[in-house]
Design a protein around this ligand. Sequence first.
Ligand SMILES: Nc1nc2c(ncn2[C@@H]2O[C@H](COP(=O)(O)OP(=O)(O)O)[C@@H](O)[C@H]2O)c(=O)[nH]1
Ligand SMILES: Nc1ncnc2c1ncn2[C@@H]1O[C@H](COP(=O)(O)OP(=O)(O)O)[C@@H](O)[C@H]1O
Length: 209
Amino acid sequence: MDELQSEGIMLILSSPSGAGKTTISNELINKESNLVKSISVTTRKPRPGEIDGKDYHFINEKEFFSLCNTGQMLEHAIVFNYHYGIPRESAENNLKNGVNVLFSIDWQGAASLTRVMKEKVVSIFILPPSIKELQFRLKKRNCKTPDDEIKNRLDQACFEMERCLYYDYVIINDNIDDSVQKIRQILYSEKMKVKRKMNLKNFLHNMSH
Ligand SMILES: Nc1nc2c(ncn2[C@@H]2O[C@H](COP(=O)(O)OP(=O)(O)O)[C@@H](O)[C@H]2O)c(=O)[nH]1
Ligand SMILES: Nc1ncnc2c1ncn2[C@@H]1O[C@H](COP(=O)(O)OP(=O)(O)O)[C@@H](O)[C@H]1O
């Protein structure tokens, strides 16, 4: 066990819709014991197969605004006409206890979390191998999604991908296992950074006395 304790990292994953961040997030959570996913709240309706409290907390607009107005949200944004936001308490408690927290959020959320939480944040942008592959994945995920909604998401994707310039890392999600492995390597390296070691001075002091 590492005697040098690190504070929890806020690991942000963003990508255009359909590039694979949900799939990658789920794999990461399965593989990393010290990583938990932050469950956002949203006013979007659940997709088939999505579970309330696991994929999102599905709430109505009134409940959403009440959370915002009482300071219970770390950040919130409108994406594809619905409200999304990060509940503050659970994320803050995990970080305090040295647990890493994964945020699968859009570029607006990434920008505002980075502005507020600064060095606690490590941000990764996931790119699809091509627009054609992105279109294929969007259709594969939910064949009931209307064509105009897929077109809307593809149009947005080009704009969103430009945002990768402002992230710490960028990954092309060709193969899921490779992408997951790359992110795990980033997490391990980030945890070893001197600035994240909470008890380094004490450790050195104890060694020399
Ligand atoms: N800013 C922000 N974005 C979020 C949050 N939760 C999810 N999102 C983003 O909202 C967008 C739409 O998410 P979703 O409805 O699940 O669609 P998907 O990206 O196609 O799976 C995605 O880019 C998510 O990463 C949040 O709490 N804050
Ligand atoms: N590397 C990959 N190769 C092939 N298909 C993938 C890959 N990553 C994700 N997918 C598939 O693409 C679809 C969209 O992935 P998803 O994780 O829901 O994207 P996002 O959360 O970014 O919207 C899903 O059907 C998923 O199984």
